[in-house]
Design a binder for this molecule. Structure first.
Ligand code: IVH
Length: 672
């Protein structure tokens, strides 16, 4: 038998050989030995390590099989936040981005590194002295989950970097994903083992990486491409992004083979068209391409706004469309009674999910598109918006089709259906007698921006209604623990939590309450204007249509809706009961003669402010006459950006809307 020393040397040699073959296979895509040889070396290493357990190190390739399961993931705070990307959806967006970058840098040309935008999830890998010591998910960009055990199981992630001259601390970032093949194999395996099917490669990758049991992760076909660095200490990197990627590749990190340097917007667009044409031939899903300013000093000079750098842009592919069979058309009843025709489809994979229903909007749309039951249709799912039927493939129309006709009676409550002149929507006249409308109204009432009743989700509302416990909104506040505890998936504890949440929701503001009532066309902004103008509910309820039209932003239609709502005796009764059971709000101070220095200006708030809540900021702005809305458009005057802002900041940047940070915002308030 060989001596311990000999074994120890052989172990080191085997690990080096295996790391080298891994590199050839995953990074260079050019294996030097057949798989069988790799397996033989691997097996030999396993045997030696079994003989000398003390010689096992975490960076040994045998350790990829997965460690013991964890109870929960630890938190990793990113040393440098993991930013997101601004988006462009067309050539104009790319040209604007390039023009702005040129202006900011005072140059006429810019070289970009172009790469594919993989559809997986972003991770950070930390190497210290060349050894992988930590892996983390992006999380919210500021902090993510510690998935070290799991990233170790991914074959294309080196446990130890190759070569010598690497920084002492090197944090790299990249996308973990699953290829089309891997995805198909995984779902096939899930099928035979009775596991759940994954909807798309992205979900499969996320689900696999965020497994508490690394042994499960080890069986999943996860891959990685590295596309950037985070914290680097102890060594300088090259001065262009593309050279940096080359350097990372030299250390054994896998980078995308589709990366190219291109000049100006024109070069980027040529790259886009090339990738677009080859998109379906790539072995993995991509949802666009990414352009990054290649010179790192120029990246620094451009900096970042809110969550996205000014030196990078994601150019997204257009919405995905697919063809499928329309098997039937059903009618759905919404909160306001509007009837929506919904297409029942032969399930089809589009935009990353399996779609079985798609909206047809209304009768006019059905006729305009001449959609009939039995037709083959094109379904579109763009981003996260609800899927819709775009058009009919006429060449595939069978001899016999059936036309759709809006029913004359509500399919839920059998009340008469009406379609007021000039309106596109047909409506059920059943009001809250209609179970569909009642349930939708309660769901809206409970929702986060309305009464914010935590724990009262859609399913629970349906259950409570089925049990006949909710004849109207106010019944919510008469629920007892016993009423709830017996329901499906509800115990004593969750029942008590719901009761507590209901209680908490009763302390509110007049604006929230008005919004929660679900008066047609009264969104948050209008509700706020009504509250500010009238100050209390009594006066508002008594107001005539003319008086209502005095309120900023309230036109004849909304005034009519508000007026009719409060004339309805059932509504007045529900409101009385809600107040009787404890609904209350502080009085609003009304001062209609106050100057309105911000009138005509529209603000959007995003992210967390340090000195006040978003609602307080909103109230301050409204008091100065400004309008505060939820989405950014070209008409927005300012976007106020706090910490961890959402996509709104990115959108503002794209549209060239003025962005105020908290300091600038406070200054603006104090000057008024
Ligand atoms: S760079 C500072 N490059 O897209 C820039 N991201 O929408 C940070 N992604 O969170 C990201 N492919 O998960 C970059 N080649 C690529 C990418 C990429 C996919 C993902 C990544 C990021 C998201 C932003």
């Amino acid at each position: 038998m060989a001596s311990r020393d000999q074994d120890s040397r052989r172990i080191v040699a085997l690990r080096e050989a295996l790391a080298h073959h891994n590199y050839c296979y995953y990074v260079l895509d050019a294996p030097e030995v057949p798989d069988a040889e790799y397996d033989r070396l691997f097996h030999e290493l396993q045997l030696l390590e079994e003989r000398h357990p003390a010689l096992v190190t975490p960076d040994s390739p045998t350790q990829r099989v997965g460690a013991e399961p964890l109870k929960a993931f630890g938190e990793v705070v990113h040393g440098i936040p993991m930013l997101s990307l601004a988006n462009a959806f067309d050539e104009g967006g790319v040209k604007d981005f390039h023009r702005r970058a040129c202006e900011r840098l005072g140059v006429e040309h810019i070289d970009y590194s172009c790469e594919t935008k993989l559809d997986g999830l972003a991770v950070s890998l930390l190497y210290e002295d060349g050894v992988l010591v930590r892996g983390a998910t992006r999380g919210d960009g500021r902090s993510g989950e510690d998935v070290t055990q799991n990233v170790r199981t991914i074959d294309s992630i080196p446990l130890r970097l190759l070569g010598k001259d690497m920084p002492r601390v090197l944090e790299v970032r990249g996308e973990v994903f699953i290829s089309h093949d891997g995805f198909a194999r995984l779902n096939q395996a899930q099928l035979t083992e009775g596991g759940k099917q994954f909807a798309n490669p992205r979900n499969a990758a996320a689900g696999s990486l965020r497994q508490l049991d690394p042994r499960i992760t080890a069986t999943r076909p996860l891959e990685i491409y590295i596309y950037g660095v985070g914290v680097v200490e102890g060594n300088d990197l090259p001065d262009t992004y593309s050279a940096m990627l080359e350097r990372l590749r030299g250390w054994g990190l896998r980078t995308s083979p589709e990366t190219r340097v291109a000049r100006d917007a024109e070069g980027c667009l040529a790259y886009y068209r090339d990738i677009m044409a080859r998109r379906d031939k790539l072995p993995y899903e991509i949802d666009g391409v990414v352009y990054k300013v290649n010179r790192l000093d120029q990246q620094d000079a451009l900096g970042a706004v809110s969550r996205a750098p000014r030196w990078a842009l994601a150019h997204k592919f257009p919405a995905q469309e697919e063809m499928t069979l329309l098997k039937g058309i059903e009618v759905q009843v919404g909160r306001t009674g509007a009837l929506t025709p919904v297409a029942r489809l032969q399930p089809v994979f589009v935009g990353g999910v399996t779609v079985t229903n798609a909206t047809l909007h209304n009768q006019d749309e059905v006729e305009r598109k001449d959609v009939r039951i039995g037709d083959t249709v094109i379904v579109r799912r763009a981003g996260d918006v609800i899927p819709e039927v775009v058009s009919v493939v006429m060449s595939k129309r069978p001899n016999r089709t059936r036309r759709f006709k809006m029913p004359e009676r509500c399919p839920v409550c059998d009340s008469k259906v009406e379609r007021p002149e000039g309106e596109s929507a047909a409506r059920c006249t059943g009001g809250l007698y209609c179970a569909a409308q009642r349930r939708e109204a309660i769901k809206h009432f409970a929702s986060r921006r309305a009464m914010d009743i935590e724990g009262l989700g859609d399913k629970l509302v349906d259950q409570l209604d089925e049990q006949g416990m909710l004849t109207d909104l106010s019944d919510l506040y008469r629920l007892k623990v016993n009423d709830i505890a017996g329901l499906e998936r509800m115990g004593e504890k969750s029942a008590q939590n719901l009761i507590d949440a209901l209680k908490k929701s009763q302390t509110t503001t007049l604006a929230r309450f008005l919004y929660a009532l679900g008066i047609r066309d009264v969104g948050e902004t209008t509700a706020q204007s009504l509250a500010n103008y009238f100050g209390n509910l009594e006066t508002l309820m008594q107001a005539k249509e003319e008086a209502l039209q005095e309120v900023p932003d309230v036109g004849p239609v909304v005034a009519g809706n508000v007026y009719t709502f409060f004339r309805e005796s059932h509504n007045r009764q529900v409101i009385r009961k809600l107040i009787k059971y404890g609904m209350s709000w502080p009085e609003v101070v009304v001062d209609r003669d106050k100057p309105q220095p911000l009138s005509g200006k529209t603000f959007v708030l995003t992210g967390t402010l340090g000195t006040m809540t978003r609602d307080e900021a909103k109230a301050k702005l409204q008091a100065l006459g400004a309008k505060v809305t939820g989405s950014v458009s070209a008409k927005t005057s300012y976007v106020v950006v706090g910490e961890d802002p959402g996509s709104k900041a990115t959108k503002a940047e794209q549209l060239g809307v003025k962005i105020l940070d908290e300091k600038a915002f406070l200054k603006l308030l104090s000057k008024k």
